[in-house]
Design a protein around this ligand. Structure first.
Ligand code: GAL
Length: 489
């Protein structure tokens, strides 16, 4: 009883009246993290199958072979989505389920049928799908052909994107080309911590980021030229960002460090797409200066955008933001011989001791950072429509279904978003909680839980049970819906 009172009071405190009538209330997932069915019905392997099947890469050598088994249990997921009252659901396609070798020469009809069912079921319940074309899980065959380091990848990705627009675009109106190029390039090719597990500090990271931008731009231009007039959808790319604040706001050096932290993370991708068509000036100058110091050829590490290719500037119909945490930032002075992204960036972020940590050590809970970041995006990137395409709070250790700290987190975060809308005039159009379900959290396997629904990974049925925070989120959505109805009458 007591808990119900607590929940009610929390959700009641969110200023729902501030949110626009057509606000997208969503939750997000990604194919490899939930689907399972890794080798059934014609699906080809992805870099994540290979990575997770390699000993020592993932917590307790866990894999996404079964995960939440959403490939078989989609009906259960749909029930969860409806239970929350979501208006939108963000999912990703497994590229190698649709095109097993990554190329459009070989289409897997069972993969097409699966996603058709998902999309049709959502639409039948008036839930809008938002589809990410590639959320970290590149088809392995394309990886073997050079993957994201090869310039050819932009052609493969464009063909895949066109195939998806043609096949599903009559119903899907929100497309995200790629998820978090920063995380993929940095953790996948600099640190070697996620698939494909490459460690080539200070070089591959920029090439991969560049090819991701080229691939994204190609797909956006294809949509714009061939599909937009018929399908009237929107296409963007999901960019993650911390909010960086100077360690000492009174120190000009720390202020500059925080700016540079933003340039090397969000700006790396947002500046070319939303502002100038090129990388931030601080990235160009830092990387060039350090290359000279290291005796490397100028322009070899951070590639140039070719004038012979369609421009990357303007290739997003909205701003898709994934926000999790904030950092206090100061300068570092790397050794002269150090070749790494960190040395290029020349700054370092740390966690303020007053910020609570939830689950994973990197995740300091700073809801107010989101408001500041939203305002920064408004001011830096020409006041775009913003969808928060991921934001969440994790649990590690014993499962707590009455997750009151996560309830508080959603409450505080949604309050910060309402302040951004009302007081800062930011055009926030939607919010997607990460995640609908507990799932395969990359190298942490199943040891970290982000779901609004608990999933019992010890049972074949993979039972889904709502967390207190799921009920809380549902209550906020329902209050908003009631408010809109009253406003209309
Ligand atoms: C994001 C990623 C998600 C999810 C989340 C929580 O970087 O897009 O797939 O894992 O982090 O760590």
């Amino acid at each position: 009883m007591e808990k119900t009172t607590y929940e009610m009071s929390l959700s009641k405190n969110v200023s729902v009246e501030v949110y626009p009538g057509d606000f997208a209330w969503g939750a997000a997932t990604a194919a490899y993290q939930i689907e399972g069915g890794w080798n059934v019905d014609g699906r080809g392997p992805s870099i994540w199958d290979v990575f997770s099947h390699t000993k020592g890469k993932v917590f307790e050598d866990q894999t996404g072979d079964v995960a939440c088994n959403s490939y078989q249990l989609w009906d259960e997921d749909l029930r969860c989505i409806q239970h929350l009252g979501l208006t939108h659901y963000r999912l990703s396609f497994s590229w190698s389920r649709l095109l097993p070798d990554g190329t459009a020469n070989n289409v897997n009809p069972k993969g097409v049928a699966y996603y058709n069912k998902v999309i049709n079921d959502l639409i039948a319940k008036a839930i809008m799908p938002m589809v990410t074309l590639n959320h970290f899980d590149l088809p392995q065959d394309l990886h073997l052909r050079g993957g994201w380091k090869s310039p050819e990848i932009a052609n493969y990705f464009d063909s895949y994107a066109r195939f998806c627009f043609k096949t599903f675009g009559d119903r899907v109106k929100f497309w995200i080309t790629l998820n978090e190029p920063y995380v993929f390039a940095k953790l996948g090719y600099e640190d070697g911590l996620i698939a494909p597990g490459v460690k080539e500090p200070g070089s591959a990271v920029y090439l991969v980021g560049h090819n991701m931008l080229r691939a994204h731009a190609r797909a956006w231009h294809s949509y714009h030229a061939h599909f937009r007039h018929l399908q009237r959808g929107k296409v963007s790319i999901a960019l993650n960002s911390d909010w960086a604040m100077p360690s000492d706001p009174g120190s000009p050096e720390d202020v500059e460090a925080a700016e540079r932290y933003m340039d090397f993370s969000l700006g790396w991708f947002a500046c070319p797409v939303f502002r100038t068509g090129d990388y931030p000036e601080s990235m160009r100058s830092r990387i060039e200066a350090r290359s000279l110091e290291l005796g490397l050829v100028e322009g070899e590490r951070l590639p140039k955008f070719s004038e012979d290719e369609p421009t990357v500037l303007g290739t997003a119909d909205f701003f898709a933001l994934n926000y999790y945490t904030s950092r206090k930032v100061n300068m570092i002075h790397p050794g002269p011989g150090e070749l790494s992204f960190r040395a290029d960036q020349g700054v370092e972020g740390s966690i303020d001791p007053s910020w609570p940590i939830c689950g994973v050590s990197w995740l300091a809970v700073v809801p107010e950072g989101l408001r500041k970041l939203l305002k920064y995006i408004k001011e830096t990137y020409k006041n775009p429509d913003i969808y928060i395409t991921e934001n969440g709070f994790s649990q590690m250790g014993p499962v707590v279904l009455e997750d009151l700290d996560r309830c508080q987190f959603y409450h505080d975060t949604l309050q910060e978003v309402s302040k951004a809308i009302r007081d800062d005039g930011v055009n926030v159009k939607g919010y997607f909680a990460w995640s609908l379900l507990d799932n395969f959290e990359w190298t942490y396997g199943f040891s970290v839980r982000f779901g609004l629904f608990h999933v019992d990974f010890s049972r074949a049925e993979r039972n889904r049970t709502i967390y207190c925070s799921g009920r809380e989120y549902a209550a906020v959505i329902s209050r908003h819906r009631t408010h809109i109805k009253l406003r209309k009458n």
